[in-house]
Design a protein around this ligand. Sequence first.
Ligand SMILES: Cc1ncc(COP(=O)(O)O)c(C=O)c1O
Length: 390
Amino acid sequence: MNFDEIIDRRGTHSAKWDMMEKIYGVPADGGLPMWVADMDFRPPACVQGALEEMIGHGLYGYYGDDSGYKAAIRWWLAERHGWTVEDGWIFTTHGLVNGTAVCVDAFSDPGDGVVLMTPVYHAFARVIEAAGRRVVECPLALREGRYEMDFDAWDAQMENSGAKMLVLCSPHNPGGRVWTRAELEGVAAFARRHDLVLVSDEIHHDLLMPGQTHVPMALIEGVEDRLVMMSSTTKTFNIAGAHTGNVIIADEALRARFAKKMAALGLSPNSFGLFMAEAAYSPEGAEWVDALCGYLDGNRKVFDAGIAEIPGLASMPLEATYLSWVDFDGTGMAPAEFAARVEKDAKIAVNHGPTFGKGGESFLRFNIATPRARVAEAVERLQAAFGDLQ
Ligand SMILES: Cc1ncc(COP(=O)(O)O)c(C=O)c1O
């Protein structure tokens, strides 16, 4: 567990490192990729060990008997999140973007609306629109530098919206919020009032800053008959390339609808993802996650302190995730100018705010899950790129 180790990822088909020049014009040589959400850390030894055992055996046939895998999921969700699930509720998808897409297909029809609380993880809108549904954007309210839900405004928007489904991001990407129990109760009531299937993407649920408690939507009363839960090992353990996610549905009728779409698409899991996930959801994996969260908290402090020294920039307080959402509004610059300073002058590749929907215009998203020396380097480069504001 040495999160300070600098590992050269260039030339390894890493989207984060090997695509930054093509997408952002930031050269691989000397550039810092702080965009797509994967970490520059190796997963815990138990995950590596599971793969080595597999490779040592050298046979890669069809996977069968997922009882150990499902037991590991049940253990993790009960131990870390206080939520008891049954094996029969768990579907394994090709990741959670795929899980969202199957939900869109299962729980809405072409032309229907799907509600997103924006700004939010951009791939939701991508799959919703690609499936011929409409995104109904319910903007989060920005109050005192953090996002809050705005049910009164959203209720008015729901009239004639044709919305059938809501995708919640909990904890929130890109705002880093851990929604409180009261906020989640508000979401449940909103879903009931407007008769929406509620899909709760909780992929970031393990990546909590010290003192934060994530409440799974499944522990909120009154949504049992409309709730779809989604989580996975891939974000927590940095194994996104394994493309393995879990969609967990307690309600029998919703489960039958989801199962039908899975069958129609011929979806079945990849054995590499299952082997890694089963190893990850273990006491050794848990110890690694605790250490990781402590390290990310340290990175957050270095990053936030450095950003706070640049007049006009404000990073949102991170309660969860390793994705820092930085507001450049106070610089008075147009988005093209502050983005150019970050990409061309500081040579840092970041996600652009408008990708996440309404409300993201003045923001850039920085991935701080990298060795601390690189976070410090990024801060120095940003301070230099905006040095004229000092
Ligand atoms: C909220 C959210 N959901 C899903 C994903 C991606 O999930 P997957 O790689 O399992 O498709 C991400 C990746 O950043 C995310 O932030």
